[in-house]
Design a binder for this molecule. Sequence first.
Ligand code: OSB
Ligand code: MG
Length: 369
Amino acid sequence: MRIDQVILRHLKMPLKSPFETSFGREEDREFILVEAYAGGRPGYAEVPVMAAPLYNEETVGTAWHVLRDFLVPLVLGREMERPEETRELFRPIRRHNMAKSGIEGALWDLYAREKGVPLARALGGEKERIAVGVSIGIQENLSALLKTVEGFLAEGYRRIKVKIKPGWDVKPVEAIRTAFGPIPLMADANSAYTLGDLPMLQELDQYDLMMIEQPLAHDDIVDHARLQTHLKTPICLDESIHSAADARKAVELGSCRIINIKISRVGGLSEAKKIHDLCQERGIPVWCGGMLESGIGRAHNIAITTLPNFTLPGDTSASARYWEEDIIAPEVTMTDDGYIEVPQIPGLGFRPIPERITRFQVREETFRE
Ligand code: OSB
Ligand code: MG
């Protein structure tokens, strides 16, 4: 495939309800869509950056700059056999993983369409449906939280994840256990604690959580290893893992027993697959994290989750959990028993809806060779 055109679109979509974590509160989701063309055939992907650098260092502004000035020029006019070739092309450019993942993702969709296979199959995934969990932001109070959890359990979600932060940790977990018993439950701290919080983290041990996600600093794997020796609950790393090399070091140090793989955080589908393979060899289960993606990013998450070592329900919930109107057709739906059916048509498996994309678009730029 020879990439002859790339279009970047900055979108701003209103979330159904605000999403609050230990690092901030989102009411609108701003992100970038990438469209890459080879001889009229398109490929689509999403760069799920945040508007502000509070989850990682990237923003819509940095990703746009790096895409326009560095990554797009590297692929325009280039003949490529496989999407993995972008790894070598992008290697001199340090970090900016989310920006990189957008180009590589669009090429994966294009590649799968060209081969006439679903994206999941192009990646080597075999599952026909994936198990679905839901990530619940910090709520106003415990009764609002319990109502929210009750609603998602009634919809069929197979795992509940609650966001925690200092002052909102043991109480919400205890309240959910008391109200709902032994449901699959976990907590995500988004780096809100330090080793000084060991007593509180040990207190969480009694609630039989599936895991605690990223309790300590976003760039740490050393203190996490120390923490894991003092906890029964498995630690899962999110923010600290940017590559298969990071994953190997964290596993060898004992910094985690589970890894959350986000395609964007690790720089694209190829690196995500490498982390999956490494974890499979080392007996470390993985699951697919989310970044409140639109349907385009969600479709990529569904595809990667079909690989065999994605054994735990992920954060790829149905479109309706986030959006009044998603930008794809059909939208992503979940069965009553908490699964998403993997599309069986070529490429990412959902059609982008141009009128909706235009409605949410705040900026557009086209690049031609
Ligand atoms: O830490 O997993 C996270 C959303 C934005 C940024 C970071 C995270 C999250 C979520 C939501 O937990 C996952 C989703 O539903 O897409
Ligand atoms: Mg997380």
